[in-house]
Design a protein around this ligand. Structure first.
Ligand code: FPP
Length: 257
């Protein structure tokens, strides 16, 4: 069950807490290969790590957690692996939605829906609908998501308004474009964590990550746990964020504890 543990001993008490953390859950395949296991086993263990991460995000007092679960480029994987990942998404929603709801988690899904199977689309809609009034943590599941595609869709939507005479091109600025992204209304991620030692964005939140801090961890995603999460938050709290200016703007996105 995903429920908040008593918060007093929680690691966030020692750190500045980011309001929004994005996570690139990388390394499931390598985790499995290094144990002689099939890749699906890595993804299954990755789902366990995701559950623990949501729990920790609640306990640490985050407002938003965005997890990169399936990229638009992941369709290029073998059909069996794509089917496994679709199955895990279904399992996650079917098994965990009730607990997420009870814990006050609001689920939001970003990414393309049109080319997903109807049963998956229905589950995503059900998760969003059931939890829409929750306020404790917003869990943003990036599924069938691509940052460049998201920006292109926003540009297309603005262009349609211009073509229809509803919008003057001179009115287009970064605020207006951001309102057409899947993440409209959600603050940019303060911190992006990537596991597995790779140090790249891989089309994750391309627009939103302009001033995010990055923490790269060597462990593979299935080994990511509360302690690793706390380590990343501690690293974040030691950073000075200047957002292009010369003075620190406060180290974090939320509050100092
Ligand atoms: C990257 O590892 C991980 C993914 C492409 C999928 C992430 C999925 C989960 C954490 C399981 C939960 C899933 C859902 C849908 C909720 P990789 O396979 O690229 O690892 P590798 O780089 O070592 O091969």
């Amino acid at each position: 069950m995903i429920s908040a543990e008593p918060a007093l001993e929680a690691p966030q008490r020692r750190y500045d807490v980011p309001a929004h953390v994005g996570v690139i859950m990388d390394g499931n395949g390598r985790w499995a290969a290094s144990r002689g296991l099939p890749r699906i086993e890595g993804h299954r263990r990755g789902l366990e790590a995701l559950r623990g991460t949501v729990r920790a995000a609640i306990d640490f007092g985050l407002d938003y957690l965005t997890v990169y679960s399936f990229s638009m480029e992941n369709w290029n994987r073998p059909v069996e692996e794509v089917a496994d990942l679709m199955g895990l998404l279904k399992r996650f929603i079917r098994n965990d939605l009730g607990d997420l709801h009870k814990s006050g988690v609001k689920v939001k899904v970003i990414g393309g829906r049109a080319n997903l199977k109807p049963d998956i689309r229905a589950l995503l809609a059900e998760a969003e609908d059931l939890t829409k009034a929750n306020t404790r943590l917003t869990l943003i599941v990036a599924f069938n998501y691509g940052g460049r595609q998201e920006i292109a869709a926003a540009a297309r939507s603005l262009a349609l308004d211009v073509a229809a005479g509803r919008l003057n091109p001179s009115e287009i600025d970064e605020t207006l474009l951001a309102q057409r992204l899947d993440t409209a209304g959600i603050p940019d991620p303060d911190l992006i964590i990537r596991t597995s030692g790779e140090q790249r964005l891989s089309n994750f939140l391309m627009w939103q990550a302009a001033y995010s801090e990055f923490v790269f961890l060597p462990m593979h995603w299935p080994d990511f746990d509360r302690e690793a999460f706390a380590t990343a938050l501690a690293e974040f709290s030691a950073r000075e964020r200047r957002f292009g200016g010369v003075t620190a703007q406060g180290r974090n996105g939320k509050i100092k504890i």
